[in-house]
Design a protein around this ligand. Structure first.
Ligand SMILES: Cc1cc2nc3c(=O)[nH]c(=O)nc-3n(C[C@H](O)[C@H](O)[C@H](O)COP(=O)(O)OP(=O)(O)OC[C@H]3O[C@@H](n4cnc5c(N)ncnc54)[C@H](O)[C@@H]3O)c2cc1C
Length: 359
């Protein structure tokens, strides 16, 4: 399966290519590069692959993937991961790419928030609408407690056991964690700004039962301030939907206000942008910096449509352009997976296996 690097290297590791973004289009890029014998490292700021499909609509059916009349969004990601498996891409998840810099030798340095440093011959940016960041609690002084008492995602559920827990939000994440942690936290309050919830009706119904059973409380209103004692978080001030001022006791706060995409550092890497997207040509899908390609929702060109299908086409053509960039002397010709022994070897379906990096 995929290799997961254990520790960030101080000196850059030399790799053939780096894909920035493990959404559906970045995942298909692994496959298209792999067919041409090109290995890759893929980086995503989210803790799992899948981009918008996994993060925004995993259970929704997609109807416009060729040859799949209907396919769940998460199912599509699972299938893409399965298809990419033979090419043993190295995944660096939960790390944002913060720096991309052209080196004197013509290669690129890619650095991440987790300290991973890679030196790549070519980069393919498949960063969608940007890296997803949790919407933060907009309360003065909250940053001092983020990562200790205030969290935007659950890494280890046990951290909230035995705590006075306040969960903010009305979507599936807020309700799922309310149901999962009720009875495990010492006390649990769910705070949502209005009586209507976006979460699955069954979860909302179960939450209301727990409230009726006295196992948790539901508050309608909005947090207005952080309450502290001796430097520790002890709760939040809340303005109730009925106008009352309330003090809610909590030593842990989980806020699920959704994610918003941040173009962030990509805008600073020196490539030409148009309306917050990277301008590319439609032959190579190369940006204004030779050796850096952009595919999927992050790019723009005349007639661009932000569809998964378009991203797949872009990945196929970009793979050939990457190959030409890395090996300009190599003659390119089109091969079919149906009949090409070398491609079948690379896919592990031929007589002998080959390895990424063999060209
Ligand atoms: C509700 C909904 C329904 C949709 N339905 C359809 C449909 O039916 N058919 C269809 O074709 N399309 C559909 N789409 C659009 C489709 O999801 C997108 O076109 C597709 O996800 C684009 O894929 P991508 O790989 O380019 O980008 P994304 O899926 O956005 O993935 C990009 C990834 O890059 C990562 N990233 C960005 N910047 C960085 C960085 N600096 N460092 C590290 N990682 C970074 C992000 O975290 C993200 O995981 C739908 C979209 C939504 C929201």
């Amino acid at each position: 399966m995929f290799q997961t690097p254990s520790a960030a290297d101080a000196a850059p590791k030399t790799v053939e290519t780096v894909i920035i973004g493990a959404g559906p289009v970045g995942l298909f890029q692994i496959f298209e590069l792999g067919l041409l014998g090109i290995s890759t490292h893929i980086i995503d700021s989210l803790p799992q692959a899948g981009g918008q499909c996994t993060e925004l609509y995993p259970d929704k059916p997609i109807y416009d993937i060729p040859a799949l009349p209907v396919c769940g969004a998460q199912e599509l990601i699972d299938r893409l991961l399965e298809q990419a498996k033979p090419f043993h891409a190295t995944f660096h998840l939960g790390q944002e790419v913060t720096e991309v810099r052209r080196l004197e030798n013509g290669k690129f340095l890619v650095a991440t928030s987790a300290g991973t440093r890679l030196e790549a011959g070519a980069i393919i940016i498949a960063a969608g609408v940007g890296s997803f960041q949790p919407r933060r609690l907009a309360l003065p002084g909250v940053e001092a407690f983020e990562g200790t008492s205030v969290h935007y995602r659950v890494k280890t559920a046990g951290d909230f056991h035995g705590r006075d827990l306040l969960i903010c939000g009305g979507g599936d994440s807020a309700l799922d964690w309310t149901l999962a942690l009720c009875g495990k936290a010492r006390s649990l309050t769910l705070l949502h700004r209005r009586a209507e919830f976006r979460a699955a009706p069954a979860s909302v119904a179960r939450m209301r039962e727990l409230v009726d059973e006295g196992k948790m409380q539901l508050l309608l209103g909005a947090a207005t301030a952080v309450r502290t004692e001796d430097g520790a978080l002890v709760g939040l001030d809340v303005q109730g939907a009925d106008g009352r001022e309330l003090q809610v006791k909590a030593d842990r706060v989980l806020a699920f206000y959704g994610l918003h995409p941040k173009l962030g550092p990509i805008a600073e890497w020196g490539m030409e942008l148009e309306k917050r997207a990277l301008k590319v040509d439609t032959e190579k899908f190369q940006t204004s910096v030779p050796g850096i390609f952009a595919i999927g929702d992050i790019n723009t060109y005349p007639g661009k449509k932000k569809l998964i299908l378009s991203g797949f086409h872009e990945a196929a053509l970009a793979a050939f352009a990457v190959q030409h960039h890395l090996f300009p002397e190599k003659r390119q010709f089109l091969q079919y997976t149906t009949t090409s022994p070398i491609m079948q070897k690379r896919l592990g379906v031929g007589d002998a296996e080959t390895h990424p990096g063999e060209h």
